[in-house]
Write a protein that binds this ligand. Structure first.
Ligand code: F6P
Length: 413
């Protein structure tokens, strides 16, 4: 039997690599749980799109019966293999792993806690939902989208099978009452709800709670674009705070037409820029939406190299040039920043973007947008400094229950 696979998830991106902090490894267990009048699936739209998917084998509901010893054994075996994988990954330096499984019995959770002893800390995450409509919607989404049912052509048969799977879980469900845990109760709709936090302390666990409180999956677009071409871009100079070139000004007008058409029925939308002139001027022609300046959206600080061309850096500071080439992610400009620094300072922007229920247009810079884009598109950390982020292009990211979709618009062709 294959062990389950882990993939990065947006929270792991946020918390994954902290150059300045030595953090303990930690695992979250997403326990989707049933109580008498509550079904585990209420949680799916909060969690399943955000928490990475583990591959489940194609099995029918009988496999999930608590009184089917082979099924229980097989599921425990898969869980143990996944846990071993995760521990091995943490021993190689991983900091936050997400174990996405039901883990709805005390016995299963005890097994996992034993395996974690001396290796990592565990936080259980239990989500509960009392809203029958959400549960119904999520069952339907599950049948349509889950690999568990990809080979089941008959929707109704899949639906009935999944309902019996839920019944089987419900029979053996024991609420999480042990160890460190977070319970999210009826938080899916965004209309209140409750969060219970037990035995959680420390920076990283605190950030996880903060993230979970702020995230949701109401469909809305996020539009990312670099500023229009700047005078420094024309002269291949990095950094600075220059004005727009003539071409850049044309882009700002085209962007404004695009945004006004695309978001005309979106009264609550907002425009976010950095504090640098080139983004503020790019947003200039857009009217009818509030504009917010974020220092955290300013371009990577190139320190002593600010205002130079890459050629000049290569000629005058060859060691700096080579060090950056060798490890662009970690390289920090003297008296400036590294990509890791940029990623770290973007955390509040990302949390705010997660929290927004209306569209947001983010007008920022190459390095910053690479990091933001990587977060939403689930791109690995090491790729971030090399992601293509052309001028005069809008990347529309559609957030929602079905995950993240992307469209690109080139306005100057
Ligand atoms: O050249 C435009 C620019 O935004 C510079 O201001 C910035 O230093 C650079 O891009 C970031 O890209 P890279 O990390 O590839 O040098």
């Amino acid at each position: 039997m294959n062990s389950l696979q882990f993939r990065n998830f947006r929270l792991v991106f946020l918390l994954g690599e902290r150059p300045s902090l030595q953090l303990n490894s930690l695992v979250i267990f997403a326990g989707w749980v049933i109580t008498q009048n509550i079904s585990m699936l209420g949680s799916i739209d909060v969690l399943s799109m955000a928490l990475s998917r583990c591959c489940l084998l194609m099995q029918n509901a009988d496999f999930f019966r608590g009184d089917n010893p082979e099924g229980v054994e097989a599921r425990n075996e898969v869980a143990a293999l996944a846990m071993e994988d995760m521990i091995a990954w943490m021993q190689e330096g991983g900091q936050v792993g997400i174990f996405d499984a039901t883990n709805s019995t005390r016995e299963r959770r005890n097994m996992l806690m034993k395996m974690a002893e001396g290796n990592c800390k565990i936080i259980f995450l239990e989500t509960l939902c009392n809203d029958k409509r959400i549960i119904e919607r999520n069952i339907r989404l599950k049948i349509q989208q889950s690999p568990d049912y990809s080979e089941q052509p008959d929707f109704e048969a899949g639906y009935e099978d999944f309902k019996s799977r839920l019944d089987n879980y419900e029979k053996v469900y024991e609420p999480v009452e042990e160890g460190s845990y977070i319970k999210m109760i009826d938080m899916v709709s965004g209309n209140g709800g409750q969060i219970q936090v037990n035995n959680i302390s420390g920076y990283l666990p605190g950030r996880i709670v903060f993230f979970l409180v702020n995230m949701h999956l109401t469909p809305r677009p996020i539009l990312l674009t670099r500023h229009g071409e700047s005078r420094y871009n024309v002269r291949s100079r990095i950094g600075g705070d220059s004005l727009l070139s003539d071409t850049g000004e044309i882009y700002s007008k085209k962007l404004s037409n695009f945004v006004e058409k695309r978001l005309k029925s979106e009264k609550a939308a907002s425009i976010w820029t950095s504090t640098l002139q080139r983004t503020i001027l790019t947003a200039g022609p857009i009217v009818g939406f509030p504009k917010i300046q974020w220092r955290a959206l300013d371009e990577i600080n190139s320190g002593v190299c600010d205002g130079m061309t890459y050629e000049e850096i290569k000629r005058n500071m060859p060691e700096e040039y080579e060090s950056r080439k060798k490890d662009k992610l970690r390289y920090r400009y003297p008296r400036g920043e590294s990509y890791l620094d940029v990623i770290q300072r973007l955390e509040p922007v990302i949390i705010e973007l997660e929290r927004q229920r209306a569209p947001v247009v983010v007008i920022s810079h190459q390095a910053v947008l690479r990091a933001l884009y990587a977060y939403f598109a689930d791109r690995p950390l090491k790729e971030i400094p090399h992601i293509e982020m052309p001028l005069h292009t809008i990347i529309e990211i559609q957030m929602g229950v079905t995950g993240v979709q992307e469209k690109r618009y080139k306005l100057m062709d």
